[in-house]
Design a protein around this ligand. Structure first.
Ligand SMILES: [Zn+2]
Length: 247
């Protein structure tokens, strides 16, 4: 299984090469895109034609995780005759949100086949997708993507309570997790993670490795890594747009 990082967030950035959350998982010709944040759409083309995506999975309805569904929709609608379509799996209100954003009823239906993510595992090509509700927005998911019997990738989406992720993590899995507030602390009432929370989760769930992402601008990266390592001894690193890893 291959993980290509198209964008690593976060919601705003001072990094010229940054893009919103978008992580492409590829296995035996199956391509699943986890989130599609701002500026990530054109980065798909370096890896796969967007019409060859088997699914786009949206973890929650914050724009930095789904806003580039708009260019994807326009591309499918206007670049082809007849228009093409994409399978999009996400929260229940995703279609209505996109329609409202564009001020057009039926906007998303014109090119996107929307499914509610939910928590029942489902097949996407050679991969299995499993969702789990986490503490963030009203309907926010973390997901696990895996080939049959192989190690998986557990992606946190955005998450305000690290232990919510633990039931998804199996031995040998790669934990791709937000660490928005770097070495911490997370301000009171804000539903995101920091390094100590991630380290504590890793010590509890023991993934094969931890990949950190979605860190806010200005956070100290070395201090963030140290804050994870203070609680967990396994491999941990940041991922950035353009990174590709075998998992
Ligand atoms: Zn969010």
């Amino acid at each position: 299984m291959r993980l290509n990082v198209l964008g690593a967030g976060p919601a705003y950035t001072d990094r010229l090469d940054a893009a919103g959350a978008a992580y492409l998982v590829t296995h035996e010709g199956t391509h699943v895109l986890l989130d599609l944040g701002q500026g990530a759409f054109p980065r798909i083309f370096a890896h796969v034609h967007p019409t060859d995506l088997d699914a786009v999975v949206v973890t929650h309805l914050h724009p930095d995780h789904f806003i580039d569904l708009v260019p994807l929709r326009h591309y499918l609608r206007y670049e082809f005759e007849p228009p093409r379509r994409a399978r999009v799996i996400g929260p229940r209100d995703l279609g209505a949100r996109l329609d409202a954003l564009h001020g057009e009823t039926g906007f998303s239906d014109a090119a996107l086949d929307l499914e509610v993510l939910g928590t029942e595992p489902r097949r996407i090509g050679s991969l299995t997708l499993e969702g789990r509700l986490v503490t963030h927005t009203k309907e926010s998911y973390a997901v696990r993507v895996a080939a049959a019997d192989g190690p998986g990738i557990v992606y946190s989406g955005d998450c305000g309570r690290a232990v919510d992720l633990a039931p998804l993590i199996r031995p040998g899995d790669t934990l791709l997790t937000e660490v928005a507030f770097g070495p911490g602390p997370v301000p009171a009432g804000v539903l995101h993670l920091d390094g100590p929370a991630v380290g504590g989760l890793a010590a509890l769930a023991n993934p094969g490795r931890v990949l950190l992402t979605h860190v806010l601008a200005g956070r100290d990266l070395d201090a963030t890594l140290a804050s994870v390592r203070a609680r967990w001894e396994g491999p941990v690193s940041f991922v950035w747009p353009g990174d590709g890893l075998d998992v």
